[in-house]
Design a protein around this ligand. Structure first.
Ligand SMILES: NC(=O)c1ccc[n+]([C@@H]2O[C@H](COP(=O)([O-])OP(=O)(O)OC[C@H]3O[C@@H](n4cnc5c(N)ncnc54)[C@H](OP(=O)(O)O)[C@@H]3O)[C@@H](O)[C@H]2O)c1
Length: 356
C-alpha cells in the first residue's frame, strides 16, 4: 500500500472511530494567498460548557478573508489565525448545559473566523438549523451573504412591491441573492456589475449597468427618471454621494461596506470614515427635516433570533426554486489559497466553498 493510500485509510478509520485529528487552514500574515494561507494539522476540539463540536461539511470563502489577508478588515484578527466566516456541518459532540441540540443535527453558523477546519467548537446559542436535503455548499452560501441580503431588503428598507432599487455588485455573493430576492418581492432592480457579468444580472431579472460608467447618476436617471427608492452600496467613499443623489424623497441608502474606495494596505479603518461621517451628518439633517425624508443607514450582519428566522426562510425559498445560489467552486482545505485567489481575481460568479 502506498503512503498516501495508507494515510487515507488511517484517516477514514480514525473518522469512523471518532478519533480523527483536526485539519485546518491558517492565515499567517498579510500578502499573497499562496504565501500566507497554509493547511496544517491540529488537535480535535472537545465541547466546553454551552458549546458543541461540529464536523464541517462546507465553509464559505468570503470577501472578509480577502480583506483580512490585505489587512483591510474593520475588525482584524491577529495573525496567525484560522479564517472562515461561515459554515454548515453536523454536530458530533454536545457540551454540558446545551439544550435544543443533539449529536447528528445539521447546523449553520457564522463564527466570523475559525470555519476553515474539519472540526470546530461553537457556542450552541449561535446555531441555526439546516434542512437535511439542502446541498452543503448551497446552504453555506445562504449564511452570511443570504442573511445580509434578506435583512437589508426585508428588515431595513421594507419596500412595497412596485418600487425601484439600485443594487451595486449585483453579480456578487450578496448582490446576486439580494437581486433575486428583490425581483421575487416585485421590485424593479437596476444592478451594477462589470460588463462581462451583465448577462448573469439579466438572468436574475434585473437591468444591468456598468459600475464604471463615468456619470452613474445620469445613467441611473436615464433608466429611472424619478430616482430609486433604495440603494445598496458596498463600495463606500464618494460613490455614496452619487447613491444619495439618485434617491427619491423618502428613499433609503444602505451602506454595508466600504470595500473598494480609498483602500490602502494597513489603513483598515480609514476607508470606513466617509461612510460613518455621511451617516452621522445625514442623521442630523434628516431630523432637521432637510433631506426630503431620505435616510442613510449602515448595516452589519449579526447572529441571533432574527438571523435564524431569516436563514430558515432563505432555505425555504431555495428549496422552492425562488433563489438559485450559484457555486463558483468547491475546494478542499488544501485549495483554500486558490479559492481566495479566484475571489481576488473576480472572474467568477457565485460562492467559493471549502469542503473539508
Ligand atoms: N455588512 C455586512 O454585514 C456584510 C455582510 C456580507 C458581506 N459584506 C460585504 O459586502 C461586500 C460584497 O461581498 P460579496 O461576498 O458579495 O463579494 P463578491 O462576491 O466578491 O462581490 C463583489 C461585487 O462587487 C462588484 N464590484 C467590484 N467593484 C465594484 C465597483 N467599483 N462598484 C460596484 N460594484 C463593484 C463585483 O462586480 P464584478 O465581479 O462584476 O466586478 C462583485 O459583483 C464585501 O465588501 C463584503 O465585505 C458585508
Amino acid at each position: 500500500m502506498s503512503t498516501a493510500s495508507a494515510e487515507r485509510a488511517a484517516s477514514a478509520a480514525a473518522r469512523a472511530a471518532g478519533t480523527e485529528a483536526n485539519v485546518l487552514v491558517r492565515m499567517t500574515g498579510s500578502g499573497e494567498p499562496e504565501q500566507h494561507i497554509v493547511r496544517a494539522g491540529g488537535p480535535r476540539p472537545t465541547a466546553g460548557k454551552g458549546k458543541v463540536v461540529v464536523e464541517v461539511q462546507a465553509a464559505g470563502v468570503s470577501y472578509a478573508e480577502v480583506q483580512m489577508l490585505q489587512h483591510l478588515h474593520p475588525f482584524p484578527p491577529k495573525f496567525p489565525f484560522v479564517p472562515g466566516y461561515d459554515l454548515v456541518g453536523t454536530i458530533t459532540e454536545v457540551g454540558p448545559g446545551v439544550t435544543g441540540w443533539k449529536k447528528g443535527d445539521r447546523i449553520a453558523a457564522m463564527p466570523r473566523q475559525g470555519a476553515w477546519q474539519r472540526y470546530v467548537e461553537l457556542p450552541a446559542k449561535t446555531l441555526a438549523a439546516v434542512p437535511a436535503e439542502l446541498d452543503a455548499a448551497v446552504a453555506v452560501s445562504l449564511v452570511t451573504n443570504g442573511v445580509t441580503a434578506y435583512q437589508m431588503l426585508h428588515r431595513l428598507t421594507k419596500l412595497a412591491p412596485g418600487r425601484t432599487v439600485l443594487v451595486h455588485g449585483a453579480s456578487g455573493g450578496v448582490g446576486a441573492l439580494l437581486t433575486q430576492l428583490a425581483v421575487h418581492h416585485g421590485l424593479r432592480v437596476i444592478g451594477t456589475a462589470s460588463p462581462a457579468k451583465h448577462d448573469t444580472v439579466r438572468e436574475f431579472g434585473a437591468e444591468p449597468l456598468d459600475y464604471r460608467t463615468p456619470d452613474l447618476v445620469q445613467a441611473v436617471r436615464r433608466l429611472a427618471p424619478r430616482g430609486v427608492d433604495a440603494v445598496f452600496d458596498h463600495i463606500g467613499g464618494s460613490g455614496l454621494d452619487a447613491a444619495w443623489k439618485v434617491l427619491v424623497e423618502g428613499g433609503t441608502l444602505v451602506s454595508f461596506d466600504s470595500s473598494v474606495a480609498g483602500y490602502r494596505p494597513g489603513q483598515w479603518f480609514r476607508p470606513h470614515v466617509p461612510a460613518l461621517r455621511r451617516t452621522v451628518a445625514r442623521w442630523f439633517t434628516r431630523h432637521l427635516g432637510l433631506t426630503g425624508g431620505r435616510r442613510m443607514t449602515m448595516y452589519y450582519v449579526k447572529p441571533g433570533p432574527d438571523f435564524n428566522a431569516d436563514y430558515t426562510e432563505l432555505c425555504r425559498l431555495t428549496a422552492e426554486g425562488v433563489l438559485r445560489p450559484q457555486i463558483a467552486g468547491r475546494h478542499p482545505l488544501s485549495g483554500a489559497a486558490a479559492a481566495v485567489r479566484a475571489l481576488l481575481d473576480g472572474a467568477t460568479v457565485g460562492k467559493h466553498v471549502l469542503i473539508p
